[in-house]
Design a protein around this ligand. Sequence first.
Ligand code: ATR
Length: 276
Amino acid sequence: MADDIIRAGVIGDPIKHSRSPIIHGYWLRQLSIAGRYDTIHVPAGTAPAFFSSMIESGLAGCNVTVPHKEAALAVMDELTDTARSIGAVNTVWAEGGKLIGDNTDSYGYAANLDQRAPGWDRGGKATVIGAGGAARAIVYALLERGFDRVAIVNRTLGRAEQLANHFGPRISAHPFDALSAEMNDATLVVNTTTLGMEGKDSYTFDLSSVPEDALVSDIVYTPLVTPLLAAAKERGLRTADGLGMLLHQAVPGFERWFGARPKVSGELRALVLATM
Ligand code: ATR
């Protein structure tokens, strides 16, 4: 392979169904950049071995997905403040012989809402459903964007409490049966759980307590209209789906590896939608 081709990819296990190659491939073509972006199957438990030879193998960097996001954190030479605070790495690049780990999920969540729901970050209270890894990135974004309070509602209360302790006094933790009560003064409601995702548990959300000017968002994008978003639309609330976060979180990595800042366009969205 010619040395002048910049190479990057996404590591995970499983990895076949990743849509990242479609996104980066589109930008490479659109910007006429001599580059490649491939899926790389890295079995669970072997991320440290992969990273120890990543620079030698000629990769400019990679995205990191399930189950390696936490393992990657431990083997980076340097971390951005965002990756350290979220506790997971999803984007890696090589710089001066060192591996730098970042997390662009919080950026992706916020950038998508900036594009599709301007004014979403007017402060007030956000109600976050879930307390897993995805929730950590979302809570980070909400605090960065100035929400005054964030209520985390989760099936396992202890995980919500852990997240609240990690992020400090603006965060509170609640059991799942407090969801309706915690949504009644929200300016933003976001689902970060797998509830409603194809192949996962379903759920019927009761949004009758949600203020009529609230924004309701989901980070699940299969299906595009999740049970939460369907309930929000039924009530006439403003909604934002999860596909945009996937597209926007890819932007910073592409810019690092390939040296040009790509745009999230309607054409890209349609291209990825056509694969779903
Ligand atoms: P991720 O890193 O993608 O966020 P995760 O850490 O497994 O994945 O977190 C999944 C989230 O979905 C958790 O908040 C989980 O709740 P628990 O902490 O109680 O496990 C939530 N979740 C998954 N299935 C659920 C269900 N059937 N009912 C309620 N919450 C569910």
